[in-house]
Write a protein that binds this ligand. Sequence first.
Ligand SMILES: Nc1nc2c(ncn2[C@@H]2O[C@H](COP(=O)(O)OP(=O)(O)O)[C@@H](O)[C@H]2O)c(=O)[nH]1
Ligand SMILES: [Mg+2]
Length: 698
Amino acid sequence: MRAPVTEHVKMNAVTEIVAPEAEIAGRYSDLVKDGFEGLAPLLSRSAEVRAALEDIAKIGDKTTARKAAALKQKLLSLEPSVTMIGQVKAGKTSLVNAMVGWPELLPADVNPWTSVVTSLHLDPCAKASDNRASFTFFDRTEWDRLVLNGGRMGELAGRAGADDEVEKVRRQIADMQEKSRARLGRKFELLLGQTHDYGYFDSQLVERYVCLGDDFEEDTNTSQTQGRFADITKSADIFMQRPELPLGLCIRDTPGVNDTFMMREQITIRSIRDSRICVVVLSAHQALSSVDMALIRLIANVKSREVVIFVNRIDELSDPARQVAEIRDSIRATLRAHHGPEDAQIIFGSAFWANSALGMSLDGMPKDSADALLNWAEEALKGRACPETNEAIIWELSGVPALYRALSERIEEGVGREMVDAVARSARSLASSLQASTNMLSLRSSGAPRQQIDVKSVEMDFQGIGQAGQQALKSEFEKLISDFGTRVDRSHQSFLERATASLIEHLEVYGESTVWKYDPTGLRVLLRSAYQLFSKRTQDSARKVLDAMAGDITGLYRKYGLTDDPEFRIEPPKPPRTPSPVLLGQTIALDLQANWWSRWWRRRRGYEAFAQEFAELIRAETDPITSGLKRDHAVSIREAVNTVLTDFLKEQYSILANIAEQGDMDDDDLAAIFGVSCQKDRAAVLSNVTESLNKFAA
Ligand SMILES: Nc1nc2c(ncn2[C@@H]2O[C@H](COP(=O)(O)OP(=O)(O)O)[C@@H](O)[C@H]2O)c(=O)[nH]1
Ligand SMILES: [Mg+2]
């Protein structure tokens, strides 16, 4: 019988020594195996589609084989991405290091000024020699926006007329720029907008690009190499082999949302928009006492299933077994109160424990941390099978396996499934085209007259279908976008009216000396529902247009006598998913309790001026949100649909053109391509492939 968990941990936890690199890698391989069970259905579906594609390549002609290979490659290159967000010092970077099994890869505790987004691309198929890194610097425009306007914060304060505040921000930023220039010397100008690529990486290299030197606040020392480029680095991409993972994965570490200049809020918004899954890292001791509203606003517009909350640093709690439940309730209550993703999964853990399990410093685990571990072990492992080794127990308690389990589920049900289904759909098209060629062959061998398809005429047909589709899409979207714009403007206007009315009422009751506050949540809720409606309608419209096109293409197969099967039809692609309106979370003046806001308030004199200036300020603040929704979001949705439409058309055209070319060939050539002698085998393989792929039909 195995010793009870707590005993087991107690005996060994504090006696290990720091493990060397190879040992850490070995441990990681063992530990990380747990956590991906949820991906099993996805992996087997993917394998099945891959096998079908291989069969298609075997029995098809060269063009078809090439297409099958490209689709297979697409399956293999699936790389879901996960964005880690949270306050500075919540432990995002430490957690990412643990997740990838390299405890000191990304520097923790970086200077809060840095704004680098680091993407770790984990590739299960790559070799160690494929490891590489690439660092991109801000370009001139981005840099100037930060420096000249003082970032979002400067913009905001500037608009509110808080000139002294703007000046302060500008001075600090000018200072930063000067130091960067001094540090980088003449290279500064040259570097802006550039990318540096390396055929390797290690923690020192990453540090040079990600870590501002500690000298930042003091004197500049241009000779130092550490943090040499970090001032102007915008993003780091690290490509890393990870044979332990069953699937490619991109983990994005963001700098943290609470910065003075709000430069990073924009960066974070963009990063969340690019990922389908977002992990919010909170620090346990903070999670109870304070809530970062900027953070809640950012995730409020993301679907619950696409957010996972990781409460980190539970090793610092005195009694996690009890406090965890409290923290969970408090987070839920906050999410509910602020219209956040209430049902988001909450996981508790500690990046420190995870890195300890990997072999960093089991010997040095402080007593408090070890006590917390034992305390949490009893609660967390209650009624569950206990892992075999110390490392495995600590790893489990660190929450990292639970996090991987959560991510696996989201990938399986979301981006992974969509991708496999889309590839299966394209594979079915290829199979249908093979079926059409087969039909053509058997017609010929039965002595029917040779079917001629004019490639030119196929091209004309597709041009016609394409134009009709584009036209339909254009008119559908014109109407949708205009309706959406009207609705957004109406919400905006009525919000402004209500806010101004409330302001006047406040002035009447309290006069000018008490600061007035107004919650902009109402506006966000209205805009969100307008966006959701728009989103749904665009999906419906896109589906309608794509269905019609698929119907027209099916018609061509009949017109050219390639099928007499009444069931035969070309499947339309799925309309692209619409992105979450993360932009709605952007901080605006009304959200802030900043000093300058109340000073601005106190400086206004006169009733009339108040109301008018206020209305202007709020309009200027909310305009970027409403116009961003109307412009960027709406237009990018239309473009995404357009891309799907164009790709579909191209794919179908090339399939039919290929068949047309075969129709031109004489029997000997065709026989050479397809090996007519084994037509029977072909038919059998094809029917297997079709049966297997049909399982994936919607
Ligand atoms: N005790 C403890 N410290 C942690 C944990 N995670 C991170 N830290 C420490 O907290 C500090 C900030 O961590 P970092 O990963 O840089 O946080 P980030 O700013 O969110 O990326 C560092 O000194 C870490 O060593 C944890 O789970 N437990
Ligand atoms: Mg960090």
